[in-house]
Design a binder for this molecule. Structure first.
Ligand code: S3P
Length: 187
């Protein structure tokens, strides 16, 4: 991407929230943060916001209160973030599976599914041991099962971007181009 195009992107106006969905390790936060920085928009990470609201780490929320309580908090935090000025939002892997959240996102955001192959997810998730869902069992097997259940639902997102092991810049360029084509990003 040429430097002058990047400068013009940073003066653009985002008309609608852009929300990244997809499995753990798909690169939602890494790509979302870079898209936001490129277009001069705010970036929000739903997991970080949940941790701030609860005053504890996600792994502790799961351990102390259980997954159902975490999902309630996740639903509430995402609804609140959507009330703010249009921003780029990375969500945790289960967020889009929640019927209420999915309906809110379909209504008030452009959703992007960061789709990745199993090997890629397994490799990336192995770098961090902070994901409660991957602790009880074989991470590859757990991710494979989650793919079966979740990929058909993630497929309802407005846009699908392949998350490959290539420079982040490629996915960022593709997303910014699509946002312009859709009229979500103007000027
Ligand atoms: C989860 C994904 C995690 C986090 C929580 C549950 C999931 O976020 O929200 O551990 O259900 O897939 P990332 O997708 O950012 O790892």
């Amino acid at each position: 991407m040429a430097k002058d195009q990047q400068i013009s992107d940073s003066h653009a106006v985002l008309k609608r929230h852009v929300v990244l969905v997809g499995l753990m390790g798909a690169g939602k936060s890494a790509i979302g943060r870079r898209v936001a920085s490129r277009i001069g928009a705010r970036f929000r990470d739903a997991d970080t916001e949940i941790e701030k609201a609860a005053g504890m780490r996600i792994s502790d929320i799961f351990a102390v209160h259980g997954e159902a309580e975490f999902r309630t908090g996740e639903r509430r935090v995402i609804a609140r973030l959507l009330l703010g000025k249009p921003a780029v939002l990375a969500t945790g892997g289960g967020a889009y599976m929640d019927d209420t959240t999915r309906a809110l996102l379909k209504d008030g955001a452009t959703t992007i599914w960061m789709r990745a192959e199993l090997d890629t997810l397994v490799r990336r998730c192995a770098k961090r041991a902070n994901r409660p869902l991957l602790r009880d069992g074989n991470p590859r097997e757990i991710l494979r099962k989650l793919m079966e259940v979740r990929y058909p639902i993630y497929g309802e997102a407005d846009i699908t971007i392949e998350s490959r092991d290539e420079p982040h810049e490629f996915a960022v360029d593709a997303i910014v181009d699509i946002l312009r084509e859709r009229g979500d990003l103007i000027a």
